[in-house]
Design a protein around this ligand. Structure first.
Ligand SMILES: NC(=O)c1ccc[n+]([C@@H]2O[C@H](COP(=O)([O-])OP(=O)(O)OC[C@H]3O[C@@H](n4cnc5c(N)ncnc54)[C@H](OP(=O)(O)O)[C@@H]3O)[C@@H](O)[C@H]2O)c1
Length: 267
């Protein structure tokens, strides 16, 4: 009987298993990955020694669904009736009601919305419990997902907001990074040097926020001397409406997520 069976050994499934491996949450022998592609199964077996890699679902206490949205019905059918106490779905855009209907009674369902930095252990995830999920089920889901980053709990109705903010968030940051690198080239730096400076500035700024616990506004004020260079740059960003543009981007992404959900399509 496996402690955790991960259905889908793609990017997200293997990131989860890798995180659990590192965190020591479970022994390799307590884990299984179900993957339908033979070549991927071989890669997973090489990467995670001791973890069972199979093409059919073994008996287990709990399962994680980490397949593409289009494959979720098939994965739920494989899980239904296998006697799992709990199922955590990281499949974007598939509502709890759909998962519960496909999986059937007797299994607590928890839905998560994660983001791509989960692939490097720095994900930001939110979990929402299904109709029969209790405190233990949520704590379990939190423990599993925390191997890929930070986790918060929210009601399901806020998952569209999460999708538009942190789900799409990496793309907003990548766009800012891209634009800053181009700006570096414009002012005379080579692309290579500009990229190194901008990427490290982004990483360092994020780490300062985490490590100092100060607000973004406080840290920004600390680097903005009166009449100085940063103040001149910030004034242009404010004048051109950077705050309004970011807010409108998030609202548009949330609305798109709501529309896709209403149309029954994954986000
Ligand atoms: N990647 C991310 O950063 C990220 C972030 C947040 C959420 N998610 C969510 O996580 C889910 C997985 O994403 P991903 O990027 O990991 O996708 P992926 O790399 O395509 O991985 C999915 C894997 O599961 C396999 N699979 C599909 N149906 C299966 C079944 N019934 N039984 C066993 N294996 C099955 C797929 O095989 P085939 O290739 O043959 O289909 C594929 O290898 C998605 O729903 C996505 O919305 C991903």
């Amino acid at each position: 009987m496996k402690r955790l069976v991960v259905i889908g050994g793609g990017r997200m499934g293997s990131a989860l298993v890798g995180g659990i491996f590192r965190s020591g949450w479970a022994e390799p022998s307590a884990l299984a990955i179900v993957e339908k592609v033979a070549e991927t199964r071989q890669e997973l077996a090489d990467r995670f020694p001791g973890v069972e890699v199979a093409d059919t679902v073994p008996a287990g206490i709990a399962a994680v669904l980490a397949v593409k949205p289009v494959d979720v019905a098939d994965a739920c059918h494989k899980v239904a009736g296998a006697g799992f106490q709990r199922v955590l779905s990281v499949v974007a855009g598939v509502p709890i009601a759909t998962l519960e209907e496909l999986i059937g009674d007797g299994t607590a369902v928890v839905r998560a919305m994660s983001n791509t930095p989960a692939l490097v252990g720095l994900g930001a995830s939110v979990i929402a419990g299904g109709t029969t999920a209790n405190e233990d089920d949520l704590a379990w889901a939190e423990a599993v997902l925390s191997s890929t980053g930070v986790v918060a709990r929210l009601p399901e109705r806020l998952l569209d907001a999460v999708t538009g903010l942190s789900g799409s968030g990496p793309a907003y940051i990548f766009l800012v990074v891209e634009a800053l690198i181009d700006a570096g080239v414009q002012v005379g730096l080579t692309r290579e040097v500009a990229a190194m400076l901008v990427v490290q500035t982004t990483l360092g700024s994020a780490r300062m926020l985490v490590e100092t616990g100060e607000s973004a506004a406080t840290l920004r004020h600390a680097v903005t001397s009166p009449g100085g260079t940063t103040a001149a740059g910030l004034a242009v960003l404010e004048e051109r409406g950077i705050r309004a543009a970011l807010a409108a981007a998030v609202v548009a992404a949330v609305e798109r997520s709501q529309a896709l959900g209403a149309a029954g399509q994954p986000t």
